[in-house]
Design a protein around this ligand. Structure first.
Ligand SMILES: NC(=O)c1ccc[n+]([C@@H]2O[C@H](COP(=O)([O-])OP(=O)(O)OC[C@H]3O[C@@H](n4cnc5c(N)ncnc54)[C@H](O)[C@@H]3O)[C@@H](O)[C@H]2O)c1
Length: 306
């Protein structure tokens, strides 16, 4: 038996605010492999997430194979578009959802991790967050502000996280992010500059793999996941059709589960992947390999596909 064993490792998963996305599934898989897992949550979603946990609303998803409940070592506030607290406008800092959260910047997160656990407390960092305020607009209609906001929240956030969390990581550590094939193929409906942000994220994965490997012995990889109806993906507006289309046309004609992405992330984060860095790993039922559709939108809409 060759197990994924993360006993004694500490992980931080950024981008968890409910049990419906990849971040939660990745956190659960890392914990199933034995890691201690903290999460970082966007302040506007923090209270709702804490309530979900406290009121037992997501206990079914938290249930571990041994019957215990998935517990997070810490839940940190994080708004990944800010590198330091000073970068956040005063109006936002004083707004209802932010004012009691402390330092919610990436720098603040790094400082709090050191305060909580010491100088080099981390082995695993997961970047599972994205935001594109104009995601429903085709690129031809996207404003400069919308485009840059997508790249800031969805791509530069990873660069900034590695700048600030890399020095906190122990040698052999791993950063994994989540990307989507709209970076390399046109996906109608995935707008707002999100395709550009994912292209940047994948390119940065290669460059950061080199730099972080040399600086700290840390590996950097990204998972190109197939479509999945998370909360964020639902904002795209056509996610259910994207899921059905992939199911109908992929080599493995099945819906992707979040846990399948979680398992791949656990592998990439583990010593079993010690020679893998700078890589984009497709976890999409093989859809990326296709060059011709076997079922069209009309079959999907009519419910006659796969
Ligand atoms: N769902 C899909 O179809 C799909 C496919 C490929 C890749 N991905 C990627 O997977 C990752 C996770 O998304 P998901 O689909 O699991 O949805 P999700 O809703 O579970 O996760 C997105 C998270 O990002 C957080 N977030 C948004 N802006 C933030 C900010 N400024 N600072 C901190 N957190 C912020 C949200 O609160 C949310 O928790 C994203 O990078 C997404 O692009 C998703």
């Amino acid at each position: 038996m060759l197990p994924i064993n993360l006993a004694g490792k500490r992980a931080l998963v950024a981008g968890v605010a409910d049990d419906g996305g990849f971040g939660f599934a990745i956190a659960k898989c890392l914990a199933m492999a034995g890691a201690s897992v903290s999460v970082a949550t966007w302040p506007p979603a923090l209270t709702i997430f804490r309530n979900l946990l406290e009121r037992g609303k997501i206990d079914a998803s938290r249930r571990m194979p041994d019957g215990s409940l998935l517990e997070f070592e810490r839940i940190y506030p994080l708004d990944a578009v800010f590198d330091t607290l000073d970068d956040a406008p005063a109006e936002l800092r004083e707004s209802k959802r932010y004012k009691d959260t402390g330092d919610f910047s990436i720098g603040g997160l790094a400082a709090q991790l050191v305060a909580d656990f010491g100088e080099r407390p981390l082995d695993i960092v997961v970047h599972s967050l994205a935001n594109g305020p104009e995601v429903k607009k085709p690129l031809l209609e996207v404003s400069r502000g919308g485009y840059l906001a997508a790249v800031s929240a969805s791509a530069y956030s990873m660069v900034s996280m590695l700048q600030r969390l890399g020095p906190l990581m122990r040698s052999g550590g791993s950063l994994v992010s989540l990307t989507y094939m709209a970076s390399e193929r046109a996906i109608p409906g995935y707008g707002g500059g999100m395709s550009s942000a994912k292209a940047a994220l994948e390119s940065d994965t290669r460059t950061l793999a080199f730099e972080a490997g040399r600086a700290w012995g840390v590996r950097v990889n990204t998972i190109s996941a197939g479509p999945y109806a998370s909360r964020a993906a639902s904002a795209i507006g056509i996610i259910d059709r994207m899921v059905q289309y992939c199911k109908a046309n992929a080599p493995l004609p099945e819906e992707l589960s979040a846990m399948e992405v979680g398992q791949a992330a656990a592998f990439l984060s583990s010593p079993l992947a010690s020679a893998i860095t700078g890589h984009t790993l497709y976890v999409d039922k093989g859809y990326h390999a296709m060059g011709m559709a076997v079922a069209g939108w009309s079959d999907v809409v009519a419910g006659t596909a796969g």
